[in-house]
Design a protein around this ligand. Structure first.
Ligand code: FMN
Length: 381
């Protein structure tokens, strides 16, 4: 499929499936256990309908929002995701450039394959640094210092990954970093030589946020070990409160799903939370972000920025979330499949399509600014 034939999320997903070896496609596409939360994430948007207004002079539409102290031209941003150069050699560089083209924010993962220094130097659009909490408190401080020195706009601490989700597709293929493929996985790699050619003729895979601290290169350490041995499952509110104070700037918790936790985040000085179930990749059976959004906005929407992600594939999904009170919406697989299939050009096309959908849908809704969206224009079935 050529890029010009991709018109929506499913087209890009199919294009990525064609190009990627099965284990990598399934790493991106897969989720935990029976993937019920993953499915619900997108179908939840169908539990309510938009009620459009008419004849309201909508020639100019302003999609900009302010979130985590940053003005974005679009109400969507590229949520931090791991290992992007494994999907396409342009990886984080392509995503950062595409996000800059559309004046929006993107996240660099601590499991990113390009360094925060390089990305910060090249791009002026706002960046969040996604962080996992390590047992070694000195390492946490050093990594935050590094982010500060690079002018990172906001810290985003992921709190829904205290242990890894049960991704059975990865168990079946043997997907791991470094690769420990089983026979089925190896066969699937052999079937996609174009991906292999691209991967092996570009810069060697590395995890520059962590390379100083853990030796992935020699093959002795794995990402699985990183999660089990270096991250701290005893992480609690006092630890996060200390981090928030140490960072002393925009600080966001990613993966908040309950009202009680949202209130606690506000109390310890977080400036934002992301209502997220990690795209269904962690606790299967957990509620969808969209289903859970309203009660969290009601509880803390006046105290911090409530952001949401998981399951967003259409402009109308974004408008529904914003109508409920989200300040911005994170995209994950929505940009990862285009990246995997076409690199930066794919991400630009996908973000361009999202922007076009948002402008069209805002006009059809009779809205000129995001602030005009409200619960008055939603009806739950
Ligand atoms: C392949 C993949 C890798 C991810 N890596 C990370 C990560 O390193 N850190 C993180 O906080 N979230 C990570 N996420 C979660 C995303 O940031 C986001 O919460 C999720 O993808 C949203 O769901 P969606 O894909 O349905 O849009 C990852 C998601 C995917 C699909």
């Amino acid at each position: 499929m050529t890029l010009s034939k991709c018109f929506n999320f499913q087209d890009f997903r199919q294009a990525a499936r064609r190009r990627l070896p099965g284990p990598i496609f399934n790493y991106i596409d897969g989720a935990a256990d029976d993937e019920t939360t993953y499915r619900r994430n997108t179908s939840a948007f169908e539990s309510c309908d938009l009620v459009p207004r008419i004849l309201r002079g909508v020639e100019d539409v302003d999609l900009s929002v302010t979130v985590l102290g940053q003005k974005l031209d679009l109400p969507v941003y590229c949520s931090p995701t791991a290992l992007q150069r494994l999907f396409h050699h342009e990886g984080e560089r392509g995503v950062a450039a595409a996000a800059e083209t559309y004046g929006t924010m993107f996240g660099v993962s601590s499991l990113g394959t390009a360094s925060i220094e390089e990305i910060a130097k090249k791009h002026s659009n706002p960046q969040v640094y996604q962080f996992y909490f390590h047992k070694d408190r000195g390492l946490n401080s050093a990594m935050m210092q590094r982010a500060k020195e690079n002018g990172i706009a906001a810290m985003m601490l992921t709190v829904d990954s205290i242990t890894g989700g049960n991704r059975e597709r990865d168990l079946r293929t043997g997907f791991a970093i470094p690769f420990r493929l089983n026979l089925r996985g190896i066969t699937e790699f052999a079937m996609k030589p174009a991906w292999a050619l691209n991967y092996f003729t570009h810069e060697k895979f590395s995890l520059p946020q962590l390379d100083e601290h853990i030796d992935f290169g020699s093959g002795t350490a794995s990402i699985g070990q990183y999660f089990t041995e270096m991250l701290d499952p005893s992480l609690n509110w006092d630890d996060v409160a200390r981090m928030v104070a140490e960072w002393d700037g925009q600080f966001c918790l990613k993966g908040v799903m309950s009202v009680e936790d949202a209130k606690r985040a506000a109390e310890i000085g977080c400036t934002g939370i992301v209502v997220s179930n990690h795209g269904g990749r962690q606790l299967d059976g957990s509620r969808s972000s969209f289903d859970q959004l309203a009660e969290i906005v009601d509880a803390v929407g006046d105290k911090l920025d409530v952001i949401m992600d998981s399951g967003v594939t259409r402009g109308t999904h974004v408008l529904k979330a914003l109508s409920l009170g989200a300040k911005a919406v994170g995209l994950g697989r929505y940009y990862l499949f285009p990246l995997a299939a076409y690199g930066r050009a794919g991400v630009e096309r996908a973000l361009g399509q999202m922007k076009a959908e948002l402008v069209r849908d805002m006009r059809l809704m009779g809205c000129r600014e995001i602030g005009e969206l409200s619960r008055a224009n939603l009806r739950f079935r």
